[in-house]
Design a protein around this ligand. Structure first.
Ligand code: PLP
Length: 405
């Protein structure tokens, strides 16, 4: 059975060309880039070249990039730098639909006595701009908002948000881990102060990330140590991975038209096919969205059961719900959007990449209807091919779910 991998927002396959350029740095090119001898010098040169490739993808200067271990470290670094360089300010603005790397930091800051505003979204996952604007104050140290949502693909209006922050002198960070390589980015002409990215979301390996810090922005390092990265992140550089990320950036830049053409068309065809299954809907704004992502609810059945059956048929996807073991909390993103429980529980995220093909979409469109039908035949909310809501059972929306428990 061939695997159909539709979980590229969780992680991507390392591109063979990326692996190829990494290998010498595990073998003969083992020098420390800080060393004065030729073994160090040749590695330092490769590092410089990789930094230029990544800067070209982002439209920034190479020295504005700080390499680190992952997207999560980038998010942590951005938050703590903004707070430590502005110790008098005690307020952070973020949203209700962020990645856990931001959400859990925000929760921790609250416990430390900081004020945190989590701006809401509408039914389509779009940021409440009025609430955002009125949340800012002279006490705001940082606005941190997701660019492309990892669960729904919905894009926040980062330029408008950045402009609004810039006019008020407020530092603006965006988690662009899902966005880099999927839509064009031109940091030089943006109002973004800091931006997070992660290698393994764009066909480089896991364990390499980067933070863009605009030239001139005050910065406090998260990892204190040696003089690496201009003293902004201590620790000997992860040379093979940085070189791999450079190649991945180069490939991503070449493949942007394919990502927004062929991959988007595959996503759209998959989505349109799935929507012909009854009681099915897309979660999130379908216009202003990443080209590779769709989040679909199959009402009245469980996301986890769908995943299990899909996996059995060779399809890798992910779900936003976790209505298991008595926990009634589906995805915080879908809840913030006000998606009803009966739909949120049956939500599936399908995220494509340049590795996917037309044949895979054809195959998925054969498998999905069978899986959904099988599960609905077992659902107390489904009878004779249609919803059966008068069955007397309480759902999560009633606060005491007899379906989940
Ligand atoms: C994957 C992801 C992260 C975390 O990146 P890691 O490199 O896995 O730490 C952060 N934010 C978003 C939006 C992500 O999708």
């Amino acid at each position: 059975m061939d695997t159909i991998y539709f979980d590229n927002n969780a992680t991507t396959k390392v591109d063979p060309q990326v692996l190829e350029v990494m290998l010498p740095f595990f073998k003969e090119s083992y020098g420390n880039p800080s060393s004065m001898h030729h073994k160090g010098g040749e590695v330092a040169a490769s590092l410089r070249q990789a930094r230029i490739s990544l800067a070209e993808l982002l439209g920034c200067e190479p020295h504005e990039i700080i390499y680190n271990s992952c997207g999560t470290e980038s998010d942590n670094t951005a938050i703590w730098s903004a707070l430590r360089t502005q110790p008098d300010k005690r307020h952070l603005v973020t949203s209700k639909v962020e990645h856990s790397a931001i959400i859990n930091n925000a929760a921790f800051l609250k416990r430390l006595g900081y004020r945190v505003t989590e701006v809401g979204v509408d039914r389509l996952g779009r940021l409440d701009m009025d609430e955002f604007k009125s949340s800012l104050s002279p006490d705001t140290a940082l606005v941190t908002l997701l660019w492309g949502n990892n669960e729904t693909g919905v894009l926040f209006p980062i330029e408008e948000i950045g402009q609004y922050c810039r006019e008020r002198g407020i530092v603006f960070h965006t988690d662009a881990v899902q966005t880099v390589g999927k839509i064009p980015i031109d940091l030089k002409n943006s109002q973004i102060d800091m931006l997070s990215l992660s290698g393994h979301k764009l066909h480089a390996p896991k364990g390499i990330g980067a933070l863009y810090v605009r030239h001139g922005l005050k910065f406090a390092p998260f990892m204190i140590g040696g003089h690496q990265e201009n003293g902004r992140r201590g620790g000997t550089e992860n040379v093979p991975y940085i070189v791999g990320l450079g190649k991945a950036a180069e490939l991503a830049r070449q493949r942007l038209p394919e990502e927004n053409g062929r991959v988007k068309a595959l996503r759209d065809r998959l989505e349109a096919g799935l929507l012909t299954i009854p009681s099915t809907m897309v979660n999130g704004d379908r216009e202003y969205r990443l080209p590779n992502t769709t989040n679909i609810s199959f009402e009245f059945i469980e996301g986890e059961s769908i995943l299990f059956h899909l996996s059995h048929a060779g399809i890798c996807a992910s779900s936003g719900s976790a209505c298991t073991s008595g926990s009634l909390e589906p995805s915080h993103v879908l809840r913030a959007m006000g998606v009803p429980f009966t739909a949120a529980h049956g939500s599936i995220r399908l995220s494509l990449s340049v590795t996917n093909t037309d044949q895979e979409v054809d195959q998925a469109l054969k498998i999905f209807p069978e899986v959904i039908k099988k599960l609905r035949d077992l659902s107390p909310f489904w009878k004779d091919g249609a919803p059966a809501l008068d069955n007397g059972l309480l759902t999560c929306d009633d606060g005491n779910c007899q379906v989940c428990s």
